[in-house]
Write a protein that binds this ligand. Structure first.
Ligand code: CTP
Length: 466
C-alpha cells in the first residue's frame, strides 16, 4: 500500500478508455485522492459506457471531460487546460485501440488529445485480452509509446481475463500504477499550483452526490423536449430542445423520493429508469396529457408540482396534409395557427380563473406548484413579465445564446424568478445541479403550502421560507 500524501498539491489527469477494467478506475481515483492528488478525469466515449461519469465527477469533485469538442463550463478548452496544468497524465485502463490511436497521434478523444498537448510525464496501464496484447500491432504501439514518446508502461499482469482465458492482459495492480505516477513526477516542481490555472471544480460538488428525501410522497410532473407540429405525415415544425434539462429534473426528483411522471415531447436524452412516461409529441397531445393529470374525480390535482421544461411550439400548421406534400417549383406557403399557452392555461385553471381572469369558483386544492421556463435570446428582460402572465410560482429563465447555456449543452446558467419577487441568478452549473436548485424551491413551496393548509391560513405557494 502506498504512503499517504505523496501526491499532495499535484494535479493528476486520469484518462480512462473503454476496457472492461474501466470500473477499476474508480478505485484508482480513490487511491490517487488518498495520496493527496487533485484529480481531473478524462474519458473516451466508450469508457462512459462502462462507468458513469457522474460517479467519477462526484469522487473527483470536478466535471468529467468526455467530449473532445465540449468546452469547459467556463468556456476554456478542457484538454488544453488539463494538458498545461497536469503534473502527470495516467491512462488506465488503456485499450489496444487507444494504444494504436496514441502511437499514431490520432487525437479523436480527450485522452489522446491531452497526451498530445502535454509536456507532463505520461503513465499508461494497458488492459485487454491476452492475444490482443501479444499481437505484433499492439506490441509495436507499446514500443512507440515507451521508446519514442518516453511514456512509462505499467505492464499488465497475468491472470484470469474477462474473456475467460488466463494470460497476460489484466490491468496492473492499482498501487503499481500510483507508484509509477509518483516516480514519473519525481522532483519536478508543481506545474500550476494556482487553482485558476487548473480545470474548474464543480461549483457545488456535494449537489451531485446528494440523495435527499424531501420529495417523498410528492408527485412531480415534468414536461421535456420540443413539440413536433405536423406539416404532413413526414414533416414537422420543431425546435432545438433536446429535453436534457427536463430529464435532469426527472432524475433529481426521482432521487429525492418523488413519484415522477414525464410528459415527453421530442426527447433526445435517454429517459431515466423509475419514471412514468407519457409520450406527447404535439402541443395538443401535451395539453391532453396535462388535462388527464390535472383534474382528479374528487376535484383535486393529480400531482403536487409541474415543471414545464418542454419547448412547446407557439404555432402549428393550420391544416396538416394527410399525405406527403409533393415537391413543386412554385414553393409552398404554410398557414400557421397559434397554439394555446399550456402553462398559462394551467396557471388559470388551478386558481379557478377563466380566460378573462374572472373567477370560476372552482380552484384546484391543494394548489399544485407550477414552474415555468423561459428561453430568451439576448437578456432576461421579459422573464419577470412571463412569471405574471403565466401565473407560475417560479420561472427559470436562461439566455440560450450564452456559451454553455444553449440547447444540447450539459450545463446551464439560469436565473430563478419567484412569485414573491425574489430573483436568484445562479452561476453556470451542470444541468443536474440546476435541477436540484429548482427542486429545492419546489420542496420549500410544497412544505409552505401544506403548513398553511394545516393552520387554516391561505395557501401561498408563491412564498417560501427557503
Ligand atoms: N409554454 C407553454 N405553451 C406554449 C408555449 C410555451 O406552456 N404554447 C411554456 C413553456 O413550456 C415554458 C414557458 O411556457 O415553460 C415559457 O416558454 P417561452 O417559449 O419562453 O415563452 P412564450 O410564452 O412562448 O413567449 P415567447 O415565445 O414570446 O418568448
Amino acid at each position: 500500500m502506498s504512503q499517504p500524501g505523496r501526491l499532495a498539491g499535484r494535479l493528476v489527469a486520469l484518462g480512462i478508455t473503454g476496457s472492461i477494467a474501466a470500473f477499476k478506475a474508480v478505485d484508482l481515483l480513490r487511491l490517487l485522492r488518498a495520496e493527496g492528488a487533485d484529480v481531473v478525469v478524462l474519458m473516451t466515449p466508450s469508457a462512459t459506457r462502462f462507468v458513469a461519469p457522474l460517479t467519477l465527477a462526484a469522487l473527483s469533485r470536478r466535471p468529467v471531460d468526455a467530449d473532445v469538442l465540449d468546452l469547459l463550463p467556463d468556456g476554456r478548452i478542457g484538454h488544453v487546460i488539463t494538458a498545461d496544468a497536469a503534473d502527470v497524465v495516467v491512462v488506465a485502463p488503456a485499450t489496444a485501440h487507444w494504444l494504436g490511436a496514441m502511437a499514431h497521434g490520432l487525437a479523436a478523444d480527450v485522452v489522446t488529445a491531452t497526451c498530445l498537448a502535454t509536456s507532463a510525464p505520461v503513465v499508461v496501464g494497458p488492459a485487454m485480452d491476452g492475444d490482443m496484447y501479444a499481437h505484433p500491432a499492439t506490441q509495436a504501439n507499446v514500443r512507440i509509446l515507451r521508446e519514442e514518446f518516453g511514456y512509462r508502461i505499467v505492464e499488465p499482469e497475468t491472470g484470469g481475463l474477462a474473456s475467460g482465458q488466463v494470460g497476460i492482459g489484466r490491468l496492473a495492480a492499482l498501487e503499481r500504477i500510483v507508484d509509477a505516477a509518483i516516480d514519473a513526477i519525481g522532483e519536478r516542481p508543481i506545474r500550476k499550483p494556482d487553482p485558476a490555472d487548473r480545470p474548474p471544480r464543480l461549483a457545488d460538488a456535494d449537489d451531485l452526490a446528494r440523495d435527499a428525501d424531501d420529495l417523498v410522497g410528492r408527485h412531480v410532473v415534468v414536461t421535456a423536449g420540443g413539440t413536433a407540429e405536423p406539416i404532413d405525415p413526414v414533416r414537422f415544425i420543431g425546435n432545438r430542445s433536446t429535453g436534457a434539462m427536463g430529464i435532469a429534473v426527472c432524475e433529481a426528483a426521482r432521487d429525492r423520493g418523488a413519484r415522477v411522471t414525464l410528459i415527453a415531447g421530442m426527447v433526445q436524452a435517454a429517459i431515466p429508469a423509475g419514471v412514468e412516461v407519457i409520450h406527447a409529441e404535439t402541443a395538443a397531445a401535451m395539453q391532453a396529457a396535462l388535462a388527464t393529470l390535472v383534474e382528479t374525480p374528487t376535484g383535486g390535482a393529480g400531482f403536487d408540482a409541474l415543471v414545464m421544461a418542454a419547448a412547446v411550439a407557439d404555432f402549428r400548421p393550420a391544416a396538416p396534409a394527410d399525405r406527403k406534400i409533393a415537391r413543386t417549383d412554385a414553393g409552398l406557403t404554410l398557414e400557421l395557427l397559434p397554439n394555446p399557452d399550456l402553462l398559462a392555461g394551467l396557471g388559470r385553471r388551478v386558481r379557478g380563473l377563466d380566460e378573462t381572469g374572472a373567477s370560476t369558483g372552482t380552484p384546484i386544492l391543494p394548489r399544485p406548484v407550477l414552474v415555468g421556463f423561459a428561453a430568451e435570446t439576448g437578456g432576461l428582460d421579459r422573464a419577470a413579465a412571463k412569471l405574471g402572465t403565466k401565473r407560475v410560482d417560479l420561472l427559470v429563465a436562461n439566455d440560450v445564446t450564452e456559451a454553455g447555456s444553449g440547447f444540447g449543452t450539459t450545463t446551464n446558467r439560469v436565473t430563478l424568478f419567484a412569485a414573491d419577487g425574489r430573483v436568484d441568478p445562479l452561476p453556470l452549473l451542470p444541468k443536474r445541479i440546476v435541477a436540484n436548485r429548482i427542486l429545492d424551491r419546489v420542496a420549500g413551496l410544497l412544505d409552505a403550502r401544506d403548513a398553511a393548509a394545516q393552520t387554516g391560513a391561505t395557501p401561498t405557494p408563491g412564498r417560501t421560507s427557503s
